[in-house]
Every structure is written in structure tokens, then in C-alpha cells.
Design a protein around this ligand. Structure first.
Ligand SMILES: Cc1ncc(COP(=O)(O)O)c(C=O)c1O
Length: 441
């Protein structure tokens, strides 16, 4: 029996949820809860779907995994195994990639406020390219690259004035965003002209990211058309054309049964067709890069919890508390993200109880799911919350001094611990004792 939202899980003879061939209740017993579990085969399938969509179109491309969605050494190594490139946005994400042995030439460094030391670290590592966000970064990068006598490859991140909000696209004149060079007001053109005079910088092309959880192709089509309306003018004026056009990430996934994501190939086909239509005259087809995060790992992850206390407010609400919450999944508290769940040890029972799933943190807003139809649950049951693979572990925190959970990869009936659970000792590792004031005469 196929039971979860996305169809890769199954149920054991005992009525337990299985993922990657493994009983999740046993996983919870062995590794403890809360626990992040990833179905590795599903990540591989997604990576292959993106890559084969490009292969079918016979264009030059890179699919860069946006590691902000979930970064740890094993995940970076999996991305490498699947032939992906890598988007990092901080010294910490870059360090993880380097420790994991990821090929440096396929690392793209993002961020709207890269520090001098992060830029030095990336230049020393000889990464593939910097996605430059603003004029300050451009001159800092030029200065450091000159000093090191190296040439940095650069994409300019632009805000095309199109913002995708799941199903709506907002055309904004002057886009109000902290990211990127503004297209409309002439910042992009100025940056291109500046860069062409910088001997320590090689301008590879342009980058844009129009939003997240996008379920239609038109936002990408509109962004490409808008960019090319400028590119054709610049080509005629100074012969500028991008070697690379990076269209970012944001491909929607299924968190609940209300979400209906497109097959990833649809986005790629629409992008390539639009670019082909826009590339006119002497202009060349650019290399096309994308950087999906959640669509590679989101649906492949689930979080296991142990059910604890109940609070039934008659006629109002039945709260069911679990041994995690906003510390391991900040998204519901941060932006009202919605999830679905199941009681993993009662898969053969009807979901005939309405609960609201609460975390254990000291915040009333620490609610994982409001109004969730579940099997009757008692303390000690195992709950699985689906589609937590993106921005769950990566946004995890130690509020109330909760140790961050472990992460387990499952594939072909084998479980592989890839991140250890934090201990209480880890929580105080960087604490220093209050020093006694030394009073000298
Ligand atoms: C520049 C950029 N690229 C890629 C991504 C990945 O987006 P998603 O995880 O929705 O695919 C993000 C997400 O914030 C982003 O800001």
C-alpha cells in the first residue's frame, strides 16, 4: 500500500510506515526522536529528472543544488554523485562543501553581504563563480582578486521586476528587494559596463531568482522575456551577451494535498523554449543554469517525533504535543507553512481524529500543524511529518536549549546516520564561565 503524499513509502505487516524499505518506528527507536529521515532514492530521482530535461533539449547547462535547503557533508557528496553543481551562500556552506570534497569549479557563491574573509576563502579555494549581488561586493571582489593576482568569474544577480508568489506574479517597477542589481533603474547596465573595465573579473553572465514554491511556468517566461528586452539593446549597443543565464530555483513541491507541483521537466522546457525565441540575430544561446533547493530534497525528507502530552479544550481544540517543534522546523512559525502528518505505528487505522500538533518550545506560536486529521494517538506513538526535507534541518536552532536532531539517510533497506544528534555537552561547548573580577591595588 502506498501511503504518503508522494508515493514512495509503504506499510509494514505490523501497520508501520516504511521509507526507503525501512520501518520508521524502528528508526525512531534506534536513533531517537525528533529525527530527520531522507529517502535518498527520491533525491536521486529528482536530480535525474532535472538533468534529463536539459539533456533532452540538447543545451549546455548546470543544475546547481541550492545547499541552503539542506547542507551536510553527506548531502553535498550525494549532489556530487548525481552530477549537480552547488550553490553556497556563506563561508559555512562553502566550508561544508570543501570538507565534503565537492569539485570546486562547480561551486557558485551567493549572498548579499559576503564578507572580505568569505571572498578570500572562496578565491583561495578557486571556486567556479561568484554571484555578485551589489556594487560594494563588486569592488571588494575586484580589489581582493587583484591583490591575489587571480581572475574571478562572476554572474551579476539582477532583480528583473517580477516576483513569483506561488500562483501570482507581481510585476513591480522598482523591485523592493534586498537582493541584486535593479534592472529597471539602470543598475544592471551600469554594473555590466563597470565589470568590462575590471581586469580581475570575468563576467560570465546574469542571474535571477524570482521566488519560491512556484507552481506555474509563466513567472520564468516573463522574467526571461523581460531580461531579453534589455539584452537585445545591450547587444546592439556594445555587443554584450551572457555566456550563462542562471534562472535560480523556486520550483514548487507538495507539502500538503492542496499543492499540485508540475513535473520539473515542464519548467525546463518552458525556459529553454522562451530563451530560444528571444535569442535573435547574431546572439548565441547561453548556457542555462538553475539552482533548485526544495524541489531536490523537500519531499524526500520527513521528521519523526514521539507523541507526548495531550490537552483537550472541549468544543475548541485537541492539542497533541511532540518532542520537537520550531527548533527542528521553523517554517510554520516563521511563515505559516503547512504540513501533513501520520501516526507511523498506526498506518492501518482510520484518520478519524482532529488534532493540532504542538511543539515543546515556550512559544504559543510553536505549532507544527493546526487542524490535522490523524489516527487516534497516545503518548509513545511515532508521528511522521511529511515533506520536511528542505529548510528544516538547515533552519534548526537551539531555542530552549534543545539539542538539534540527528539526520538519517535511508536507501535500499539500509539506514545511514549522516548527522549525529547534538548532546547537552554540545550545547555548552562554547560557553565560558563567568569570570571573577580581579581587583588589583
Ligand atoms: C538565489 C536563490 N537560489 C535558489 C534558491 C532555492 O530556492 P528553492 O529552495 O525554493 O528551490 C533560493 C532560495 O531562497 C535563492 O534565494
Amino acid at each position: 500500500m502506498i501511503v504518503n503524499l508522494y508515493g514512495t513509502s509503504a506499510v509494514s505487516d505490523e501497520g508501520h510506515l516504511k521509507v526507503g524499505g525501512i520501518d520508521t518506528v524502528q528508526l525512531g527507536k534506534k536513533f531517537g526522536t525528533a529525527l530527520y529521515v531522507y529517502d535518498v532514492a527520491m533525491i536521486r530521482d529528482k536530480a535525474r529528472a532535472f538533468r534529463s530535461a536539459f539533456e533532452r533539449e540538447n543545451v549546455n547547462y548546470q543544475v546547481a543544488y541550492a545547499s541552503k535547503a539542506f547542507s551536510c557533508m553527506a548531502m553535498i557528496q550525494l549532489a556530487e554523485e548525481e552530477g549537480l553543481s552547488l550553490d553556497v551562500v556563506s563561508g559555512g556552506e562553502l566550508y561544508t562543501a570543501l570538507k565534503a570534497g565537492f569539485p570546486v569549479e562547480r561551486i557558485h557563491f551567493h549572498g548579499n553581504n559576503k564578507s572580505e574573509s568569505e571572498i578570500r576563502m572562496a578565491l583561495d579555494a578557486e571556486i567556479g563563480c561568484f554571484v555578485v549581488d551589489n556594487f560594494y561586493e563588486l569592488s571588494l571582489l575586484e580589489q581582493i582578486a587583484e591583490e591575489k593576482n587571480v581572475k574571478a568569474n562572476v554572474l551579476l544577480r539582477i532583480t528583473p521586476g517580477i516576483e513569483a508568489h506561488t500562483h501570482d506574479y507581481i510585476l513591480t517597477g522598482q523591485e523592493d528587494s534586498k537582493f541584486g542589481f535593479d534592472l529597471q533603474s539602470g543598475q544592471v547596465e551600469r554594473a555590466i559596463l563597470d565589470v568590462t573595465k575590471m581586469s580581475a573579473i570575468h563576467l560570465l553572465g546574469l542571474h535571477c531568482h524570482i521566488g519560491s514554491q512556484i507552481f506555474e511556468t509563466n513567472g520564468f517566461v516573463m522574467a526571461i522575456e523581460k531580461i531579453y528586452s534589455y539584452l537585445t539593446t545591450w547587444y546592439d549597443a556594445y555587443g554584450f551577451e551572457p555566456e550563462v543565464l542562471n534562472l535560480g530555483g523556486g520550483f514548487g513541491i507538495r507539502y500538503t494535498s492542496e499543492d499540485h507541483p508540475l513535473p520539473v521537466g515542464n519548467y525546463i522546457e518552458a525556459m529553454i523554449e522562451t530563451i530560444r525565441n528571444q535569442v535573435t540575430g547574431q546572439m548565441n544561446m547561453p548556457e542555462i543554469w538553475i539552482e533548485p533547493g526544495r524541489s531536490l530534497v523537500g519531499e524526500a525528507g520527513l521528521t519523526l517525533y514521539t507523541v507526548g502530552s495531550h490537552k483537550n479544550v472541549p468544543e475548541l481544540r485537541h492539542y497533541l504535543a511532540v518532542d520537537g517543534g520550531m527548533t527542528d522546523n521553523l517554517r510554520p512559525a516563521l511563515y505559516q507553512a503547512k504540513y501533513e502528518a501520520t501516526i507511523a505505528n498506526r498506518m492501518n487505522e482510520a484518520k478519524d481524529h482532529l488534532y493540532s500538533v504542538a511543539g515543546k518550545c515556550c512559544e504559543s506560536g510553536d505549532m507544527l500543524i493546526w487542524d490535522c486529521q490523524l489516527q487516534r494517538a497516545i503518548a509513545g506513538d511515532t508521528m511522521a511529518v511529511f515533506s520536511t526535507g528542505a529548510y528544516g534541518y538547515s533552519m534548526a536552532n537551539n531555542y530552549n536549549r534543545l539539542p538539534r536532531p540527528a539526520v538519517v539517510f535511508v536507501e535500499n533497506g539500509e539506514a545511514n546516520l549522516v548527522v549525529e544528534r547534538e548532546s547537552y555537552e554540545d550545547l555548552v561547548r562554547h560557553d565560558l564561565p563567568l569570570k571573577q573580577a580581579i581587583i588589583s591595588k
